[in-house]
Design a binder for this molecule. Structure first.
Ligand SMILES: Cc1cc2nc3c(=O)[nH]c(=O)nc-3n(C[C@H](O)[C@H](O)[C@H](O)COP(=O)(O)OP(=O)(O)OC[C@H]3O[C@@H](n4cnc5c(N)ncnc54)[C@H](O)[C@@H]3O)c2cc1C
Length: 407
């Protein structure tokens, strides 16, 4: 499938603007918020919110601008700092879920506040102590109370990115996955919007992490948390049909990943590029030139390493843009989104490790950000489907096996 990636003028100017933000508002505070985990980085949040609400400069790209543009801009911001990027005041994954499964009225109700007022955040809570990769095993329940016309949610959600910000600041949203009928398996899983300030939901802690430490990764407890009937995204009806059927609601919820995986892949490419750019600058400073046109037998080990890093990064970026472009065209991109995510997660892990290795003790020292990028890299191979899960999805799609056959 031939796809042209000729960037349009909006993509180019958006890229430049995000690069400027990365240089001015992210890199200078990267180390500070890596050290001061969970603290709100207002120096970054304020200018980003002013942009999002049109008070300063242009708005950051959203899905309406095209997913390729979103990916290009995401790469730039994560070149700046991936942890801070995840603190960008925006609907984030919660927004992707509302956009994918909500009605036009729900989109307006939950997403319009993100264009005005004070900074706010969105999040998506799927993972539970006993369910992550196997999202269909979630135990959080949603019971409908006919008298009050409300859903009553009970359960515990862990590792919820931006969950703390989403529930602490007015107008924030968390999209919570819960089962309305355990006996229905996947068909019983629905998603519900819980807004900040709703009684019965609380953040009980934030995870201390290896990397992306500026990002708040929260544990949420829902105890008789009541949300209005129309906070359910999609239909309440549970269709129990024959084998392989009846899980359309679940599939709809999973479709959120088709949009979010290319973005995570773009995040990975941004972190990998940060490390590679730094290595190349350092080599140049030391007078080491990379001879791209030298025959392989004459290349030094460092030249081979750098060329391989560049090739791998470019391959990951092209897979990312392909998955994004297919989404823009309305094509099914489930296979391509997993390919991009699996490749980029692996590539960023390898590149950042190689960068530390090439720079020797300097790479390992906290004087530079390279060791931080190595720590920030690994998460791209874990969340939004681990490496193994994305490879499983790729295998299923290529071999045409169902999830019940290849698991
Ligand atoms: C920093 C961070 C942020 C996160 N943010 C969010 C968020 O915002 N919202 C949210 O809902 N979740 C979030 N998560 C959770 C994340 O998506 C899950 O941790 C991840 O999907 C893995 O699921 P699990 O924890 O159940 O691990 P497990 O499924 O127990 O995985 C453990 C290992 O087993 C492997 N494995 C599992 N099943 C298979 C299989 N069938 N075949 C082969 N290998 C398999 C996995 O690949 C992994 O290597 C976040 C996690 C982290 C660390």
């Amino acid at each position: 499938m031939a796809i042209s990636f000729e960037p349009n003028p909006a993509t180019v100017s958006g890229k430049d603007e995000m690069h400027e933000i990365a240089l001015r508002h992210m890199r200078p505070i990267s180390r500070k918020y890596d050290d001061q985990e969970h603290e709100m980085p207002w120096e970054y949040v304020r200018p980003m919110w002013d942009r999002a609400t049109g008070k300063a400069g242009k708005t950051e790209a959203g899905p309406g601008d095209g997913m390729v543009t979103v990916c290009v801009q995401t790469e730039e911001l994560c070149w700046g700092d991936a942890g801070l990027y995840l603190r960008t005041p925006s609907p984030l994954l919660g927004g992707s879920a509302v956009a994918a499964a909500g009605t036009p009225a729900q989109r307006e109700r939950f997403l319009a506040p993100f264009r005005t007022g004070e900074p706010k955040w969105g999040a998506m809570a799927i993972t539970e102590p006993q369910a992550g990769s196997d999202a269909a095993a979630i135990q959080t329940t949603a019971v409908f109370d006919e008298k009050s016309n409300e859903w009553v949610l009970n359960g515990t959600k862990i590792f919820c990115t931006a969950g703390d910000g989403a529930l602490e600041y007015e107008g924030g949203i968390v999209v919570v996955w819960a089962t309305v009928d355990k006996s229905a398996g996947r068909a019983g899983i629905k998603s519900f919007v819980v807004t900040a300030g709703t009684p019965g939901v609380k953040v009980v802690g934030c995870e201390k992490k290896l990397g992306i430490r500026a990002s708040d990764t929260a544990t949420l407890v829902l105890e008789d948390c009541r949300v209005p009937a129309d906070n359910l995204l999609g239909k309440a009806e549970v269709k129990k049909k024959g084998p392989g059927e009846g899980d359309k609601g679940f599939k709809g919820a999973m479709a959120t990943f088709d949009a979010s995986r290319p973005i995570v892949a773009a995040m990975a490419v941004g972190v990998g590029r940060a490390a590679l750019d730094f290595v190349k600058e350092e080599l140049e400073r030391q007078g080491v030139a990379i001879r791209y046109d030298a025959p392989p037998r004459e290349q030094t080990a460092i030249e081979r390493d750098v060329i391989e890093m560049e090739a791998e990064l470019q391959a990951a970026r092209l897979l990312t843009w392909r998955a994004a472009k297919m989404l823009d065209r309305g094509q099914r991109n489930n296979l391509e989104a997993s390919m991009a995510k699996a490749k980029a997660g692996l590539v960023v892990t390898k590149i950042t490790q190689k960068a530390v290795e090439l720079l020797g003790p300097q790479g390992y020292s906290k004087k530079l950000l390279v060791e931080k990028w190595m720590r920030d890299a690994k998460i791209n191979d874990i969340y939004e489907g681990t490496q193994q899960i994305n490879q499983l999805i790729i295998a299923r799609r290529i071999l045409d096996y169902s999830s019940s056959v290849l698991r």
